[in-house]
Design a protein around this ligand. Structure first.
Ligand code: NAD
Length: 327
């Protein structure tokens, strides 16, 4: 399988290096709106630099990795599918659910593999938790708690273009709510505050948020998000069920602890997503390649991308109006 990569920024560099390091596949071409960014990644991985149109028209390229800014994803998915490519696209598909529906309709005839980059499903700890849930270790799921806090808030200029915390950040947790419970949500009740940086509030967004969700089967899911955690990237899950509780905690920079008269001192948790989810980014691409080679539709799908976006829209509406949203 030969890949073309669109967008050699933060996440594009991760995926580009992962593809280049996998056996049996190759990174054939890279493109970026900033030529130096494409040139640098190409030099590091042995790929060629090519314009988007050339990548789409190159029949020797089987799959396209879309790592450009969100507002380009839907157009690029459609172009790649029209050109007969399998597509791995970073989350979210688009900030508008209507645009995602139009995109999924557009590509339905092509029926080529499409996978959305909800990488947390592939984190080895979270995947192991899900595996044990499915095996019934915790019994019937009753309560799910998802804690997701960034180390530092992004610049306000980023916040202004992000679509808001629920669409930009919580979308990962909303997808995890569906993934863990195996159900769709029927109720969404969200609250948000601007407690970390007042400028984020002035930009019309929140930096601290909590959401309560209810599944069709009655399971309750709580999500807690903050744009600041003084101790690093806080990523935890707890599932309470009829037979017990399963939880997955943070990964620390090392397992070394100091013990003294004040108690135990552990290393900080891993700083941010590039470190915390390094394995997940590699494993999600391996899953994509396996699905494409096996002639299967990969998961998470475009429909998973749409459903997470619809939950983010509902949470945004609920936080803005103070009303619970029924889906
Ligand atoms: N799954 C995750 O954990 C995760 C993490 C970070 C970002 N993302 C998603 O990945 C996407 C990119 O985010 P990022 O942080 O890497 O952004 P970034 O700004 O670091 O990189 C985007 C790159 O795309 C290039 N670009 C812009 N328009 C282009 C175009 N039309 N054609 C080709 N190149 C173009 C830019 O020059 C830039 O180098 C976003 O949709 C974001 O939501 C996902």
């Amino acid at each position: 399988m030969r890949f073309g990569l669109l967008g050699a920024g933060r996440i594009g560099q991760i995926h580009g290096h992962n593809v280049a390091g996998m056996s049996g596949i190759s990174l054939a071409a890279v493109t970026d709106a900033v030529p130096d960014a494409a040139q640098k990644l190409a030099a590091e991985t042995g790929a060629a630099v090519m314009p988007v149109a050339s990548i789409m028209n190159d029949r020797t390229i089987d799959a396209v990795l879309i790592c450009t800014p969100t507002d380009t994803h839907a157009d690029l998915i459609e172009q790649a599918m029209d050109a007969g490519k399998a597509v791995f696209c970073e989350k979210p598909v688009d900030l508008s659910s209507e645009r995602i529906v139009a995109c999924l309709n557009h590509i339905s005839k092509a029926n080529k593999p499409l996978m959305i980059g909800f990488n947390r499903r592939f984190d080895p700890n979270f995947a192991a938790l899900k595996h044990r849930l499915d095996a019934g270790q915790a019994g019937n799921i009753e309560l799910v708690s998802i804690i997701s806090r960034d180390p530092n808030p992004p610049p306000v200029e980023y916040v202004q273009r992000s679509g808001g915390l629920f669409r930009d950040m919580m979308i990962h947790d909303l997808d995890m709510a569906r993934f863990l419970t195996g159900e769709d949500m029927v109720e969404v009740h969200a609250v948000g505050s601007s407690l970390v940086n007042p400028e984020i509030g002035k930009a019309g967004d929140v930096d601290t948020a909590a959401v309560m969700l209810k599944t069709a089967g009655g399971v309750l899911v709580q999500i807690s998000n903050s744009r600041r955690a003084t101790y690093g990237y806080d990523q935890r899950i707890e599932v309470h069920g009829s037979l017990g509780m399963l939880r997955a905690g943070n990964q620390h920079e090392s397992t070394v602890e100091f013990a003294g008269t004040q108690g135990f001192l552990a290393d900080p948790v891993q700083n941010f997503f590039l470190e915390r989810y390094a394995n997940a980014y590699r494993l999600e691409l391996e899953a994509f390649v396996a699905a494409v080679k096996g002639g299967k539709q990969p998961s998470p799908s475009g429909m998973d991308g749409l459903k997470a976006q619809q939950l983010a829209d509902a949470a945004t509406h609920s936080a803005q109006t103070g009303q619970m949203v029924r889906l």
